[in-house]
Write a protein that binds this ligand. Sequence first.
Ligand SMILES: [Zn+2]
Length: 136
Amino acid sequence: MTSSGVRGPGPDAVFAAGLEDGEFRIQRCGSCGAHIHYPRALCPECGSADLAAVRASGRGTVYATSVVRVRPEHGENYNIALVDLAEGPRMMTRVVDIAPEDVRIGDAVTAFVGEIEGDKVVLFRPAAAASAGDAR
Ligand SMILES: [Zn+2]
């Protein structure tokens, strides 16, 4: 854990708390308006510490994709992707609910909070499939 000098829970803790609530939060800089992810103490654009956690739209576009091949006795192959969020930041994640090799650059994807080995994480699924099960 790092000490940022900012009062209250640090940016990582705020992000983790959001995941526990099933919510994907990114940061927005109060000085320059940039959206930031992953969470940090200072805005990488302008250096301001005036960062607030906001709920991400969850809309994203696949920027790059690859398949991690796993020995059969250790599980199944999975996808690793770089996704550009609608707000701007690019994040490493997984696209699921689709065969890992079927993920294409430029695909529209939607974020949701899932779990990998017991940890809550932000995952993505194809945007077309998202409306079916997510009636909020
Ligand atoms: Zn800024």
